[in-house]
Design a protein around this ligand. Structure first.
Ligand SMILES: Cc1cc2nc3c(=O)[nH]c(=O)nc-3n(C[C@H](O)[C@H](O)[C@H](O)COP(=O)(O)OP(=O)(O)OC[C@H]3O[C@@H](n4cnc5c(N)ncnc54)[C@H](O)[C@@H]3O)c2cc1C
Length: 470
């Protein structure tokens, strides 16, 4: 049997051999699945790859990399599809889609789990939550394990249990030359270091082994307060003074029409605080009392709930939309940032836009040595992100201008950036995500693992030039 290829550089014979050996699905333009297969959640990036390979196992990944390299096809790697910079889908190349590789094996007794990298956070939590266990992922259930873990992973458990990568025991990865390798603290430790923060620069990760932490229930939900300067300032201060069991992720925004927001408060500048207190449930009300006392709440739906219950709050922000994000780590939220935030939120476009505020300091992630992982901003106290979602391409100019002007007014106070929140902002910003020594070591390791930079569809760390490495 011969299968005709639509790729000009590939012979029918080579194409036939490739297709017969791939266990997963090969999706081409015109196939019924093509539109879904090429979807990037950030619809600003409307790209049309020549082939999407929905891999079934590590051997599929290895064969696909080898095939793409043999015929000079650029390729990208897609998991949950949430890359803010649209990196996981390309124009005219090949996409390795990991979503079918979403098996999860839980060892509840030893509190570990093995997950294929194509699983998303919601699937993972559904597998471990029945045991009262969790891994610190982020605030969105549809974000892929591959993307979030390789960048670091900052979420609701960060103050008590650190980053996702602080709970990572091992990785299985397919290298640029198609080899399947393992990385742990003792096996390929350099690679294990690089994969904890260095993103998709070193290979296609096929599986992760995580340490599980105990989270049988949380005291949490949403607390909505009026967004005044005093309220936001005190929220930031109290969040760092709170017990480590309390982490919150909040947004300063005009209150959207959500079921728990009173109708007459829709549109009012608000601080919406999504809370996770993971200590003893009886101590939950006491832990959140200082936040509740900040002002007469607009809404208060805090109470005992499963950790997975928090995912519902972010669902509107996970839908495909045109998205612009500008972000940074901060050591404090000063008066200038507060003034700018209130002014820009008040005058914002009629889109879903907000300043996301994540108090992450005084906790477990800060106690890990900055040299221990490629993620090096271990002293960060806050992660601030200006996030704007809209539908219509005609509104790009107004929304982008608003984000950029807001960003200009707060950018100067930042202390670095989180690589997973970058939006293809250029080399200087990628360097900002790492300490200088960490970036240098990453570039060295890139030269060792991917000298041809075939994994470049990402926030790219180019291999150190051979001359510089000698
Ligand atoms: C709505 C939303 C909420 C978010 N919330 C959080 C949060 O709370 N905490 C947080 O830390 N981050 C958060 N993020 C950022 C998120 O972690 C990154 O955007 C991440 O890269 C998305 O991963 P993905 O697999 O869904 O995306 P994809 O677009 O599929 O992948 C993104 C990139 O990751 C790399 N990659 C993915 N899978 C693999 C793999 N198997 N092997 C090698 N490389 C791979 C590739 O370079 C790829 O281009 C959020 C993003 C969004 C859009």
């Amino acid at each position: 049997m011969e299968i005709t290829t639509t790729l000009p550089q590939v012979s029918n014979e080579a194409w036939t051999a490739f297709r017969l050996r791939i266990k997963g699905q090969v999706v081409l333009p015109g196939d019924p699945d093509y539109e879904a297969a090429r979807e990037a959640k950030n619809t600003i990036y409307n790209r049309k790859p020549a082939v999407v390979v929905r891999a079934e196992d590590a051997a599929d990944v290895s064969r696909t990399i080898t095939f793409a390299r043999r015929f000079g096809l650029p390729f990208t790697v897609k998991g949950g599809g949430h890359s803010i910079g649209g990196h996981s889908v390309n124009n005219g190349g090949l996409v390795i889609d990991m979503r079918r590789m979403n098996n999860i094996r839980v060892d509840a007794e030893n509190r570990t789990a093995w997950a294929q990298s194509g699983a998303i956070a919601r699937e993972f939590l559904a597998a471990v939550e029945p045991y009262g266990l969790a891994v610190p992922f982020g605030d969105a259930g549809s974000v892929g394990l591959g993307g979030i873990t390789l960048g670091g992973g900052i979420g609701y458990l960060v103050r008590k249990h650190g980053l996702t990568i602080d709970n990572l025991l091992g990785i299985e990865m397919v290298t640029a030359d198609g080899q399947i390798v393992q990385a742990t603290e003792t096996e390929n430790p350099d690679l294990f270091w690089a994969l904890r923060g260095g993103g998709g620069n070193f290979g296609v990760v096929t599986g992760f082994q995580y340490k599980l932490v105990s989270v049988p229930q949380i005291y949490g939900g949403a607390l909505v307060l009026p967004a005044t300067k005093d309220v936001i300032r005190e929220y930031a201060r109290l969040s760092l003074e709170a017990p480590e069991e309390l982490t919150s992720i909040s947004m300063v925004t005009k209150a959207p029409p959500m079921p728990f927001i009173p109708e007459d408060k829709v549109g009012v500048p608000s601080l919406i605080v999504f809370v996770a207190y993971i200590g003893d449930i009886e101590k939950g009300p006491g832990a959140v009392a200082p936040l509740r006392a900040l002002a007469e709440p607009i809404a208060d739906v805090l109470g005992p709930m499963p950790l997975s219950g928090l995912y519902a709050y972010l669902e509107p922000a996970e839908q495909p939309a045109r998205v612009r994000v500008r972000s940074g780590f901060y050591n404090e939220i000063n008066d200038e940032i507060l003034d700018a935030t209130l002014a820009f939120i008040e005058s914002g476009p009629p889109s879903m836009n907000f300043l996301q505020v994540r108090p992450i300091g005084n906790g477990a992630m800060n106690r890990v040595s900055p040299e221990a992982t490629a993620f090096s901003h271990r002293d960060a106290q806050f992660l601030l992100a200006i996030i704007d979602h809209w539908e219509d391409a005609e509104e790009d100019g107004a929304n982008e201008a608003w984000v950029d002007a807001f960003w200009q007014s707060i950018a100067g106070y930042r202390q670095g950036v989180y690589s997973n929140f970058l939006q293809a902002e250029g080399e200087a910003r990628i360097r900002e995500a790492y300490a200088a020594a960490a970036f240098d070591r990453l570039a060295d390791l890139k030269l060792r693992y991917d000298p041809a930079n075939v994994f470049s569809g990402n926030e790219n760390i180019p291999p150190k030039p051979l001359s510089a490495a000698a």
